[in-house]
Design a protein around this ligand. Structure first.
Ligand code: ZN
Length: 464
């Protein structure tokens, strides 16, 4: 009897972790971190023996899909890890950054706790840089798109391009049971059909059982052309008035999309004279990985490579490498676009740029990604008149814009369209979405595709 048990991303959008068990062999699909309000769950020991997991298949490098892998290794996992080469490279950057942030946070909390003599109560960081290094010293097996491979006798798999971030995949796993072959597909996160940087999501042709993400199961995105037009208008208007545009951005995928849009504006001479700063060491590293795997990028990027020999560079773009170069941006009065992390403004260089510019009505802030409750980004999006940065109250006078159409996730229509092409689908399980979104999607999939979908519960073993 084959079963799947989910240890995360059940009625929530983070912590993806699912274990497929076939004849006693345990194959894990993703081991992601819980984020936001669920963060405390990361510290809870796994509800299974890590040493019993023999294989780990990673769909993509986002923290909510790989963030607990070093913890899995620390707790005794010693099996093989499968991922595309691009996923492995991006995961290294993302996990090292995560370890660094957790350790810095711990040090700050520890100093305060010592003064109150409560340091023994502090929870240590989930893992450190050494644990990440140990994870990457393990046996990683490179999986190319569309290449079938055997995991072990009786279980095989193939990775397909999910078009979500570089290297992302949905995974088709086939296994034998009762003399018959069955195919189960794990969607990971599937991409938006926008081809800005990556090719579109591949079709899934065959699956008996599907575990599908439902992040946007209850809504559709604004069309990309409308989104880009909105973005351009704000950038052009602000630069023409000698203002500055501040863009908090996630290092992977969103930053590269923005660079593509800005590059096109520059080439089409739509961009007033300006300097564009990519002021994020992590985004710069991620952009390098995108360049290293340029063969995986979409047709537009391929065209740029042919014509200009590179994907993202153009004359107006400056990568700031050192802290000094970053600080020197403060001296420029106007005419800049500054892309910096963190994406939700709860740290990183963007907070310093806010301190220097958000009080000035000539400037604009453009939010291009989701802002979680409790972050500085969310405060600003929700209309805060004042913000506190480095213990200083600062008035918000810059114009604040939220542009939502850049999502890297498929929306409701795109998920339905993707599922509609799968032949002989018998069972659909909903994961990686808020409960409300899943209830809505369950109704819609019944109405439009006449499929019964099940909402997966935490730790509940499902017999396939
Ligand atoms: Zn993702």
């Amino acid at each position: 009897m084959a079963t799947v048990t989910s240890y995360g991303a059940t009625q929530e959008v983070t912590g993806s972790c699912h274990v497929l068990e076939v004849d006693g062999i345990k194959v894990m699909i993703d081991c992601g971190m819980f984020q936001g309000e669920e963060e405390q769950q990361n510290q809870v020991p796994f509800a299974f023996k890590a040493s019993e997991i023999e294989y780990l298949l990673v769909t993509h490098a986002h923290l909510d899909h790989v963030g607990r892998v070093p913890k899995l290794v620390k707790e005794g996992f010693s099996g093989k890890i499968y991922a595309t080469a691009a996923t492995k490279d991006l995961a290294y950057i993302i996990l090292m950054d995560s370890a660094k942030i957790m350790n810095e946070d711990f040090e700050t909390k520890y100093k305060k706790a010592v003064r109150k003599a409560i340091e023994k109560k502090l929870q240590p960081p989930l893992y450190g840089p050494l644990d990440v290094q140990t994870t990457f010293n393990m046996q990683w097996i490179n999986t190319d798109y569309d290449e079938y491979f055997d995991i072990c006798e009786g279980i095989s798999a193939v990775y397909r391009n999910a078009g979500h971030i570089l290297g992302s995949a949905f995974i088709e796993i086939s296994y034998m049971e009762d003399g018959k072959s069955h195919t189960i597909v794990f969607s990971g996160d599937i991409g938006n059909n926008n081809e800005l940087v990556l090719p579109n999501l591949q079709k899934c042709k065959k699956a008996d059982i599907l575990y599908v993400e439902t992040t946007y199961g209850d809504r559709n995105h604004k069309p990309l052309d409308v989104t880009i037009a909105e973005f351009k208008e704000i950038v052009i208007k602000t630069l023409k008035a000698n203002g500055n545009v501040l863009i908090p951005s996630f290092a992977v995928e969103r930053t590269q999309e923005l660079l593509c849009v800005l590059r096109k504006m520059y080439e089409n001479k739509e961009l007033p004279k300006c300097k564009i700063f990519l002021d994020s060491p992590m985004a710069t590293k991620a952009t390098d990985v995108y360049c290293n795997y340029s063969q995986l990028l979409g047709s537009d990027c391929q065209k740029n490579i042919k014509e200009n020999g590179n994907v993202f560079n153009f004359d107006a773009l400056v990568y700031t490498e050192t802290p000094e170069a970053s600080k020197a941006i403060n001296e420029i009065v106007g005419g800049t676009v500054i892309i910096a992390g963190s994406g939700m403004c709860n740290g990183g260089r963007i907070t310093r740029h806010f301190k220097h510019r958000i009080w000035n009505a000539n400037n604009a802030v453009i939010f291009v990604g989701y802002q979680a409750v409790g972050t500085l980004g969310r405060e600003i999006v929700d209309g805060a008149q004042w913000i506190n940065i480095y213990n200083e109250d600062i008035i918000v006078k810059a114009s604040i814009h939220t542009i939502n159409g850049f999502s890297a996730h498929a929306d409701q229509d795109a998920i339905l369209q993707w599922i509609s092409k799968i032949k002989n689908l018998k069972n659909v399980f909903l994961i990686h979405g808020e409960k409300e979104s899943q209830l809505n999607f369950k109704e819609v999939i019944k109405k439009k595709l006449n499929l019964d979908a099940h909402i997966v519960a935490f730790k509940k073993r499902i017999e396939l």
